[in-house]
Structure formats: C-alpha cells, structure tokens
Design a protein around this ligand. Structure first.
Ligand code: 5GP
Length: 140
C-alpha cells in the first residue's frame, strides 16, 4: 500500500500529539479537530479501509477504543461523543489508512454535525437484503 500521512506519523517522520501506543495500535490528536479532544485511533497495519483490516488489528483496536474514549471524556469533561470511521472517498475518507475518530460533543455545538436522512425498511425487501448479507458472510 502507498504511504500516507499516517504511515509517516507512525514512523515518526511527521510529528503528532500521541496519546496511546501498543504493539498494534497508535492514537493521536487530530490536526483539524471538530472539537477539543478529537482523537484518531489507527492500526499500525496499513490497511486502506476497515474491510481490509486483519482480525488481529481489528481486535486490538476494539480492545482499546472504549479505554481511549473514556480517557478523552475524562480529560475534556465531555459527557457525549461520536466514534466515526469513514471508508472510501464518497464516505468522507481523505486519509487512506484505517482510522477511528473519537469526537467529543459539547453544549456549544462543537463536535460532529450529522445529517441523518432516514428511509424506511419494507418487510419483504428487508428480509431479502438480510438474507443476501447473511449469505455473503458465509463466503467470508
Ligand atoms: P478522514 O476524513 O479521512 O476520515 O479523516 C482524516 C483526518 O486526519 C482528518 O480529520 C484530518 O484532520 C486528520 N489529519 C490529516 N492529516 C493529519 C496530520 O498530518 N496530522 C494529524 N494529527 N491529523 C491529520
């Protein structure tokens, strides 16, 4: 995979404000925070998108995400937050190295703004779709 800005942060070539590191995971403050404490949690494995990440790296991130979230909340005093994970350019992914955003939400409105254009799930279509996804999972 081509180098990204996050590869360079991992190698130390580009500086960052690190908050956590273990064998598989690295976390640091986002350079363009949506709110105070906006933190990025990344695998050391240079996978582009979540679906390409190994089970081992996924598990390692899953293990520390709650802990890092608690620390961000405690340090900023926020009482609510979003965890955001973008995959693909149309989904607002700019850096092609898997990353989870932890974004505190504050009373002044700072944090993640969300548009949520909910549709509706029709019975038969829903059943067909769930069956297709379940069948695709059998091929994993
Ligand atoms: P994406 O839109 O790809 O999900 O988010 C990428 C994030 O990486 C953005 O929030 C952006 O501010 C952050 N980012 C991009 N370049 C750098 C950098 O050099 N250092 C840090 N700390 N964050 C960066």
């Amino acid at each position: 995979m081509a180098d990204t800005i996050f590869t360079k942060i991992l190698s130390g070539e580009i500086p960052c404000h690190k908050v956590y590191e273990d064998d598989r995971v690295f976390a640091f403050l986002d350079i363009g925070p949506l709110s105070e404490g906006h933190t990025l949690v990344i695998p050391k494995e240079p996978a582009k998108t979540l679906d390409r990440l190994s089970d081992e790296s996924a598990a390692a991130i899953g293990r520390v995400l709650p802990r890092i979230s608690r620390a961000v909340m405690r340090a900023t005093g926020a009482s609510s937050y979003n965890v955001l994970q973008n995959n693909g350019r149309p989904s607002h992914q700019f850096v092609m190295h898997v990353h989870f955003h932890i974004i505190p939400k504050f009373d002044d409105g700072s944090g993640l703004g969300i548009a949520w254009p909910a549709g509706s799930l029709e019975g038969k279509k829903g059943a067909d779709l769930a069956a297709r996804i379940a069948a695709a999972l059998q091929e994993e």
